[in-house]
Write a protein that binds this ligand. Sequence first.
Ligand code: NAG
Ligand code: NAG
Ligand code: NAG
Ligand code: NAG
Ligand code: NAG
Ligand code: NAG
Length: 424
Amino acid sequence: MLFSQLENATFLPFASLAALLTATTAEATIPGSGTSGANESLASLKLPPNAQIIDSAKFASLPSVAPPSEYDGNTIWVPPGLTRQQLKDRPFHVYDRDFLDIIGHEPKLTIIAESEKDPLYHEAVVWIPPTNEVFFAQNAGARDAGTGLNKSSIVQRISVAEALEIASGNKTGHVQVHTVKSDPPVINPNGATNYKGNMLFAGEGMGNKTAPALYVVNPRSPYNSTILVNNYYGRQFNSLNDIGINPRNLHIYFTDPLYGYFQNFRPAPVLPVQVYRLNPDTMAVTVVASDFDQVNGIAFSPDGKVVYVTDSGANHGFFPYDGARPATIYRFDVEDDGTFANRKTFAFVDNGIPDGIHCDGKGNIYAGCGDGIHVWNRSGKLLGKIFTDGGAANFQFAGDGRMVICAETRLYFAQIAAKAGPIH
Ligand SMILES: *[C@@H]1O[C@H](CO)[C@@H](O)[C@H](O)[C@H]1NC(C)=O
Ligand SMILES: *[C@@H]1O[C@H](CO)[C@@H](O)[C@H](O)[C@H]1NC(C)=O
Ligand SMILES: *[C@@H]1O[C@H](CO)[C@@H](O)[C@H](O)[C@H]1NC(C)=O
Ligand SMILES: *[C@@H]1O[C@H](CO)[C@@H](O)[C@H](O)[C@H]1NC(C)=O
Ligand SMILES: *[C@@H]1O[C@H](CO)[C@@H](O)[C@H](O)[C@H]1NC(C)=O
Ligand SMILES: *[C@@H]1O[C@H](CO)[C@@H](O)[C@H](O)[C@H]1NC(C)=O
């Protein structure tokens, strides 16, 4: 979940970055190993168009740092020497040379749909290979969506072929966005994933009577659905948020934060904030992780040996953002028996909160954050960002080198070099 749009930029009035922008239209090449400092090697990189370097060494020590009342991590931060427009003009932000392998020679970011205020493009992004369609859900509980207690958010779908035509310039305007009327409807959909040829949605529930649930949804008309699980030994979950499939046992792992309660459409919680596991053979539900503020996205590495879980606790829905709470990604080892071990802090995101999370085919980690998609290598080093100038709650690969990014009122199509992670 992530419902608030980041509206105000923080502009820092320093100009010490003359050498920051070294973008050229040449191909991306990695220079030889003769460079010394990290900033020097970054500065000498040849960048593709649409990319720019953001060099940590250039702002590690600032003449003055904005006080907490002016910058707390929940607005767009503009590094010194740049403008917000410049951040947007070349939206592939290179923090580490290894990002060039991910974005390739000619990365592209295209807006393929837009709405005025309604956060139609929020989460639950799923690509269905046989039909080459991408499904996603509207923001549930956001005030501008008018959803939550009385009206469920909607599921929508687009064609990837049409997105490609628009991105290539062969077609102008926006993709057609179709509303999907699943039957029975997924109530307040938030997260989703592929599951055995179907889609699996996490519904947050509504009020006291509609319990949060996992729904299996047919990705083809008539979009019929089946509720897989909607309780923990008779207790309602709080507001189910997101789902990951462990590639080694194909068990279903899902997260249950309190956002429905924080957005006034679910009652006070009767379960802690936890990560659950459903064994589809026995239909038994167990708990695999707890001790989070607000658990959110979940993603397994391609080999299934590691799992990443986001904690978006800095965001408590309708309560104010609190930068002193987690905006953190944890990493666990996944044991042979499917349980989680060795929790480690993997990353703390510099902007907003980490929401949806996915791995590419090589095991690099991508998360939707306050200013776009952040990408880390397996050691937790920030490699780069795909800057969307506001919250991008979730996204998904739509085949190798293609990505659909939900950024609330904007839907983006990104073309990069990275290959997609496996689908289950
Ligand atoms: C690298 O960073 C250091 C420390 O900020 C600075 O003194 C040096 O001039 C920088 N080098 C380049 C090539 O930007
Ligand atoms: C939900 O419906 C009730 C009763 O009709 C109404 O009072 C309330 O304002 C509605 N809430 C929202 C968020 O639309
Ligand atoms: C765009 O049009 C060109 C010329 O007809 C064609 O070669 C290309 O495949 C088209 N691309 C897409 C994505 O439709
Ligand atoms: C749930 O029911 C309780 C008890 O009637 C009530 O106080 C609460 O407002 C209800 N919450 C929602 C979100 O419907
Ligand atoms: C949809 O309906 C078909 C035909 O009855 C059935 O085989 C399939 O399992 C249903 N799918 C879901 C997800 O409910
Ligand atoms: C991640 O990047 C850092 C800095 O470039 C590097 O030291 C580390 O080895 C990388 N880790 C992996 C798994 O590639």
